[in-house]
Each structure stands twice: as C-alpha cells, then as structure tokens.
Design a protein around this ligand. Structure first.
Ligand code: KIV
Length: 281
C-alpha cells in the first residue's frame, strides 16, 4: 500500500523509528522501494553525488523534474519527496507555489522539501494551502553553504540553538509534516524532537531524532569520501571497479564474448549466404 504522510505522524506517536534514504534514478529507487523504505528523498544532493558539482546551488528545476520522474517510475509504495532546488522558492511565495506544483504535477512527487526557517514560513503556508505536503530542513542547509561559510555543524552557540528551536516551532505551525535536522548537536536535536508533534528526520543529528536520512551513495560506498555522519554498508566503488577491470581483461584476452553472448543464424541460411559470398568473389 502506498505510504501517506499521516504514516510518519503515526510512527512518531508509536515510537517507531523512521528510516529514509535518497535516490536519484530508476534502478536505485526500485531497490530502495523493494527494501521497504517508507520515504525516498530525491535530494538536490544529486548535484554533488550524481552530477559532480561542488555544491547543490547548481541544481535546477529541470534537473529535479527529470530525476524525480525516474524515481517515480521505479517506486510503487514509498512516499517520494522532491527537493525544491536553490532559487526555486527563495525569491517569492508565488515562485514557491508554482515550482512546488511542477514537482507534483509534472514530476510526480508526493511532497516537496524546502530549506530554511522563519523566512520561508509564508512559502510553506502557501504550498500546504495548495494541498502539497512540505518537509522542512533546518541546521546545515547546503543551499546556503556560501552564507554559512562552509559545511559546518549548526546550533552550537546559544543564539543559534534558540533560533533553530524557534524556526522548528514556526515551521510546524506553518504546516510541515516533518523536519530534517542536518548536522545539529544531538542534545539540541533531541530537545527539538520532544518539542514537536511532527517527526524530525536527522542526518548527523544523533539517535534522538524520530527518523534518519542518509545519502544512498554514502551508504553504498559510491561516494568520493564517506562523510562523518554516514556509515558505509557496502563498497560498491570497489565492486564496480573490479567488475569493469574483469570485463576489460576478458575482452583483451578474447574470453568475452563467447557464442553464448553472440547473435546466431540458422545453419542452412548461413551455408547459403557463404555460398553466395564465395560465388561473388
Ligand atoms: O539533498 C539531500 O540529499 C538532503 C538530505 C541530505 C537531507 O537534503
């Protein structure tokens, strides 16, 4: 049965932890969905891990629509949240509603995610009033990397911690169905989690959050480096490199392809054809 946003509220109430993951394409979405993950985020982290940019600010609406469509085609049950990319919602609430609508109507997502606190609450209200569920994102908000002065833990000072809590409360009042807390000290994430009715989904924010989200490529060992907050569950970089090297070796040694991998022709047709070729000489 397809997962609905109400499921996450229920899981929080039942004390059931919520595992979430990113995916950016058809095959990985299919695998994540088959594993039973309840929420797939088509994160704008695709700018880093799939498109090879140094940050997410280069990701466009067209990128998000294309990748979300692929994830939708690979998914049957999970709730699909599409990230709203940099500058698709910051300039005005009107932009925000229009672009959120595109991610739902054209790309097929079930919900959208926006980064930021108090300054986006009007946009969040307008989007949710349009019937589109919103996931918030506080703490380290990668679209603001230039403003934050790098990828740093957020909420370590008293004013920062207070602001983060205030932002979380305001986002909840604006109608989000959950909030991602990225790179926030564990005890602060726990306070925010206890204060909210909606679930918190942590990344580098400790076990006190209601759920966890990780970038798929970090878990699978497909990233250039494993961030401190991630645990690597497989080493696909090595598996893939070894597979490509083995293929190259087989081609060079003449061990691939064999008859098994080669298109065949009926013997009688072949004999006739060879006869014709010989006669033409
Ligand atoms: O873009 C992304 O993948 C994210 C997660 C890290 C939460 O925002």
């Amino acid at each position: 049965m397809p997962v609905r946003i109400t499921k996450f509220q229920e899981m929080k109430q039942m004390g059931e932890r919520i595992p979430c993951i990113t995916a950016y394409d058809y095959p990985t979405a299919k695998l994540a969905d088959a594993a039973g993950i309840p929420l797939i985020l088509v994160g704008d982290s695709l700018g880093n891990v799939v498109l090879g940019f140094g940050s997410t600010v280069h990701v466009t609406m067209d990128d998000m629509v294309r990748h979300t469509q692929a994830v939708v085609r690979g998914t049957r049950e999970a709730l699909i949240v599409a990230d709203m990319p940099f500058m698709s919602y910051q300039a005005s609430p009107e932009d925000a509603v229009r672009n959120a609508g595109i991610l739902i109507q054209e790309a097929g997502a079930h919900a959208v995610k926006l980064e930021g606190g108090e300054f986006i609450t009007e946009a969040v209200g307008r989007i949710t009033n349009a019937g589109i569920p919103v996931l918030g994102h506080l703490g380290l908000t990668p679209q603001s990397v230039n403003q934050l002065g790098g990828y740093r833990v957020q909420g370590r000072t008293l004013p920062q911690a207070q602001k983060l809590l205030d932002d979380a409360v305001e986002l909840e009042a604006a109608g989000v169905f959950g909030i991602v807390l990225e790179s926030v000290p564990g005890p602060l994430a726990e306070v925010v989690t206890k204060r909210l009715r909606v679930p918190t989904i942590g990344i580098g924010a400790g076990a006190g959050c209601d759920g966890q989200i990780q970038v798929l490529h970090d878990l699978l060992g497909l990233s250039d480096r494993v961030p401190k907050h991630a645990k690597q569950y497989a080493n696909l970089n090595q598996v893939i490199e070894e597979a490509i090297a083995a293929y190259m070796g087989d081609v060079r040694d003449g061990d691939f392809p064999t008859d098994e991998h080669t298109a065949q022709i009926d013997d009688a047709v072949l004999r006739e054809f060879m006869g014709d070729v010989a006669a033409d000489r």
